[in-house]
Design a protein around this ligand. Structure first.
Ligand code: PMP
Length: 439
């Protein structure tokens, strides 16, 4: 048993044994099964790093699944959250002051937003955006792209990780437990393929309420004209265009993907950075559409019910507001993106030096290394990648104190230091040697 105050009273093995007993597969906080020899339990986060219960520091590129663009425990975020804790962790029922103040900040920041409505998680935000779009159009179906992730609910759990390419627009469920009737409600289109989207719109146009898209799908960038084309097609067919900005919002630019790519959707969903690491997400959009969730019309067929115990939670609101204030620092995104470019260049050079056929790429501060021969434009390209080798390299990084989720795209934060990068390069170099030796 460790007694060091920085670490847990229980050993890592004891904690794992406990987790297996009280949570299915010991996975109560996520669906990632970490490699047995590289897993660790987090004790706390500090800046760009995580401390394990065994007292080992990791350089963190997972960043709270992308929520922590300014790292862990950023001083002004901690201060704002602590002050709010003393005034109430949780306030529900009538409006609270931070929620109103934050709504002003969000509406000012988000190009498509006349109004916002709060939820707690990104999944809830996409669920509500789809519901609002259905209530607004009186139609039922939603188009989503193959390979896109919009959260954990039934409507988003189709063709996220399909085993084979879809017979568009028929999707493949990603999980058991989805009611059979939902399958026909979700139509699948390939990302970056406007012709197929146009065909699906034409064939089902009277039934389609919305198209939801990750502007950067996982880590696949939109081809020039794709988002613009979706905008035109949705306008033409009276279909609500939803940008899922849960990752890209406040990540690619202060105005998110909408600002970065210059395309404005009808609705957008936000989570992660919006909660500043605390509970908080929202749907943002045009007044006319957002009005479907106005409780004044409750009871009408076109009313979209949005309500949750933690909606507008003041901790998430103040943590989010403090985070966004930091993001408004002049040059914040230019610096972050330039540093990530340099980082990616070095990572690619190391992969190349070892003669490994792997690519590193990403928009803004996103990055990912995958064993493949070109930067992907479609989900099909991701399916052709050597993910087993990709995950093996990531496992080797984990063993060397670099926190990445095997095979998953990752983030540079504004608090990663040059020293962190140098440590990462050395770890990668060594990891590549091991991977190559085992080929
Ligand atoms: N949409 C996107 C694009 C996401 O990346 C995620 C989370 N990774 C979600 C929705 C769901 O957000 P949450 O995990 O907060 O429910």
């Amino acid at each position: 048993m460790r007694t060091d105050s920085l670490t847990s009273q229980m050993s890592q093995d004891e904690l794992y044994a406990l987790s297996l007993e009280v949570m299915p597969g010991g996975a109560g906080v996520g669906a990632y099964a970490m490699p047995d020899d590289a897993r660790f339990i987090i004790n706390r986060g500090e800046g760009s790093k995580l401390l394990s219960t065994e007292g080992k520091w990791y350089i963190d590129y997972v960043g709270g699944a992308g929520a922590l663009i300014i790292g862990h425990a950023f001083p002004s975020v901690v201060e704002a959250a602590q002050a709010q804790v003393a005034k109430g962790l949780h306030l529900y029922g009538t409006l609270n002051e931070p929620a109103i103040q934050y709504a002003r900040v969000l509406v000012d920041a988000i190009p498509c937003a006349d109004q916002v409505v709060y939820a707690t998680t990104g999944s809830e935000a996409t669920f509500y955006a789809m519901r609002i779009a259905r209530a607004y159009t009186g139609r039922s179906k939603v188009v989503k792209c193959e390979g896109a992730y919009h959260g954990n609910h039934d409507y988003s759990s189709f063709s996220v990780s399909p085993k084979t390419l879809s017979e568009y627009p028929v999707g493949q469920p990603d999980t058991g437990g989805i009611p059979t009737g939902i399958r026909e409600q979700i139509l699948i289109a390939p990302y970056n393929d406007l012709d197929t989207v146009a065909r699906i719109f034409k064939e089902h146009q009277d039934d389609i309420a919305a198209l939801i898209v990750e502007p950067v799908q996982r880590n696949i960038p939109p081809q020039p004209g794709f988002l613009e084309g979706l905008r035109e097609l949705c306008t033409e067919h009276g279909i609500v265009l939803i940008f899922d900005e849960v990752v890209t919002g406040f990540r690619l630019a202060y105005g998110g993907a909408q600002e970065f790519f210059g395309v404005t959707p009808d609705l957008a969903t936000y989570g992660k950075i919006v909660g500043g690491g605390g509970p908080g997400s929202c749907v943002a959009g045009r007044r006319e559409i957002m009005g479907q969730s106005d409780p004044v019309i409750r009871g009408q067929d076109n009313y979209a019910y949005v309500n949750g115990t933690l909606h507008g939670n003041p901790i998430g609101c103040v943590a989010g507001m403090a985070t966004l204030q930091e993001l408004r620092t002049p040059g914040f995104y230019d610096r972050l993106h330039a540093r990530t470019e340099t980082f990616k260049g070095q990572v690619q050079a190391i992969l190349d030096n070892h003669g490994l056929e792997a690519r590193v790429w990403g928009t803004g501060s996103l990055w990912q290394t995958v064993f493949m021969d070109r930067i992907p434009t479609r989900h099909a390209d991701m399916m052709n990648a050597d993910m087993a080798l990709t995950k093996e390299l990531d496992r080797q990084l984990l063993l060397r104190g670099i926190y990445v989720l095997p095979g998953v795209r990752r983030f540079v934060s504004s608090v990663h230091t040059d020293e962190d990068f140098a440590t990462t390069y050395a770890a990668l170099d060594d990891a590549c040697t091991t991977v190559k030796a085992n080929l």
